[in-house]
Design a protein around this ligand. Structure first.
Ligand code: HEC
Ligand code: HEC
Length: 436
């Protein structure tokens, strides 16, 4: 990975001097926060001067618009055929991640779309706390040799805002399968959502298909930004507020999660247990990394051995970032709040238990064949991009055959800690016992 990144650093430095220096401008990178200072652009993407502080964000979406967005979110009449809503894959009883159907559980472990046999290409993240995901940007820490990408929605950051993101599922053939904005508008006009849309956006929204899609996106964005979607009601939040202790087992898990020589999880899944404001602990830095999860052999698309989901590099190419292929294998670091209610893990759903997801980190480098279907090679990253994979971060930086950084017991402790991140409403949705 280092070689590729060094090359990238050189390349970014080069574009930096060759490009006409752009005057610092203010831009809204963090939707609910103060404007960020843009000091440069990398391809089409702004580079900002200071790290995003999610604590500084406040969200005040128009309540009427958020209510309309909520109605749209649960409405099953906007798919082709009708019957699938956003909630079909983002289940309000499972922290807005998927409750998988029987065919999905027996097959790819990604959510099923509106038609039988159609499955999403990736797993669906929880939509709680999604309002904190900043827009795409580059940021360079003082001690970092190059700027790194952050933010953007979807595992590969291909949507910049929540309003833009809504287009994805509405027109994805494996999801809501609308043929065009025109056919979506036709459906919308036949429902009681039409007068509400007209009231919110003016009558033109019912005549112009593009305006209709835009309006739907804005309403959904308002709903996803509402306080309802950021409850901060987990046992960990109560612990931060000094209202309840964690168990000794969970406390050991927290310590391992933070310890740079053990789990080292916090280096990517950010938290601050000295701050009582839970917004400081979203369990992601919104950055991207290449941790090389194993191939999910049950994904329909993976029947073709030459097919790979390369993550961020496709977005990078579209956005004209220099040397986009250095980002192949990179996916956005997900927040871990409510992770314990998931039925499958990682962008491709390869793991079915939380414990496996944690154990993967512990023994990926010491016993790779255990994870990569009997072979020692990273099997879901094409050979040409394996140099991008993170082999430097603890605990993924050991040699095969050496002792893992985490024992079996410590893996259980971290898994138990992750169970404390479940918001109160969803505790019943966790498998029992939570760590197995
Ligand atoms: C058929 C299942 C399905 C449906 C229906 C669906 N989604 Fe999703 N959703 C997904 C999957 C899968 C992903 C992750 C895709 C990826 O990373 O490429 C996702 C990702 C998202 C994200 C990005 C979250 C993040 O952290 O980056 C948002 C926001 C979202 N969906 C909102 C919606 C909305 C709003 C609707 C309704 C208009 C909807 N979804 C309908 C499956 C679905
Ligand atoms: C170098 C950065 C980095 C470190 C260190 C790291 N993670 Fe992750 N984590 C990621 C990325 C990136 C993903 C998404 C990978 C994917 O989907 O392909 C991820 C995914 C996960 C998931 C799956 C979440 C989901 O929604 O499916 C879990 C669970 C997880 N990490 C736990 C941990 C634990 C526990 C540790 C410490 C032992 C840890 N991570 C250390 C970057 C990191």
């Amino acid at each position: 990975m280092r070689a590729a990144l060094a090359m990238a650093a050189a390349c970014l430095a080069w574009t930096g001097t060759a490009a006409v220096a752009i005057a610092a401008t203010a831009a809204e990178i963090n939707p609910g926060g103060p404007p960020s200072v843009v000091i440069d652009r990398i391809g089409a993407t702004p580079k900002i001067s200071a790290r995003i502080d999610p604590t500084a964000a406040t969200f005040k979406p128009d309540p009427a618009l958020a209510a309309l967005g909520k109605r749209i979110f649960f409405d099953t009449r906007l798919s082709q055929p009708q019957g699938t809503s956003c909630a079909s894959c983002h289940d309000p009883l499972r922290a807005f991640t998927s409750t998988l159907s029987a065919p999905s559980l027996a097959g790819p472990r990604t959510p099923q779309g509106g038609r039988p046999g159609h499955f999403s290409a990736r797993t669906a993240p929880s939509l709680l706390y999604v309002r904190y995901v900043p827009r795409r940007h580059f940021y360079q820490d003082d001690d970092a040799p190059f700027a790194s990408p952050f933010g953007g929605l979807f595992a590969d950051g291909r949507a910049d805002t929540l309003a833009e993101q809504a287009r994805g599922p509405l027109f994805d053939r494996d999801e809501m399968n609308n043929a065009s904005p025109k056919s979506l508008l036709r459906k919308l006009r036949g429902t009681d959502l039409a007068p509400a849309m007209s009231l919110a956006f003016g009558p033109r929204v019912l005549r112009d298909p593009e305006q209709a899609v835009k309006g739907i996106g804005q309403a959904l964005q308002a709903y996803l930004q509402s306080d309802e979607m950021a409850p901060f009601s987990s046992r960990f939040d109560d612990y931060l507020r000094h209202r309840t202790p964690l168990s000794p087992l969970e406390m050991r898990g927290l310590a391992l999660f933070k310890n740079p020589d053990k789990g080292n999880c916090m280096s990517c899944h950010t938290l601050s247990d000295t701050a009582s404001r839970p917004e400081r602990s979203l369990f992601t830095d919104f950055g991207y990394d290449a941790i090389a999860v194993p191939r999910n052999l049950s994904l329909p698309a993976n029947r073709d051995p030459r097919r790979f989901d390369n993550g961020l590099c496709r977005t990078a190419a579209q956005l004209r970032w220099p040397e986009p292929n250095q980002w192949c294998g990179y996916f956005r670091t997900p927040g871990l709040r409510n992770v314990a209610v998931r039925q499958s893990f990682m962008h491709n759903g390869v793991f079915t238990t939380l414990r496996d997801a944690v154990a993967f980190y512990a023994t990926r480098s010491t016993d790779p064949a255990k994870w990569y279907h009997g072979k020692p090679t990273f099997d879901d990253v094409p050979a040409a991009y394996r140099g991008n994979i993170n082999v430097n971060s603890t605990p993924m930086n050991r040699r095969p055959g050496t002792t893992p950084a985490l024992t079996d017991e410590e893996i259980d402790e971290i898994s138990a800690f992750l169970g404390t991140l479940t918001d109160a409403r969803y505790v019943a949705a966790m498998p029992k016992p939570a760590t197995k």
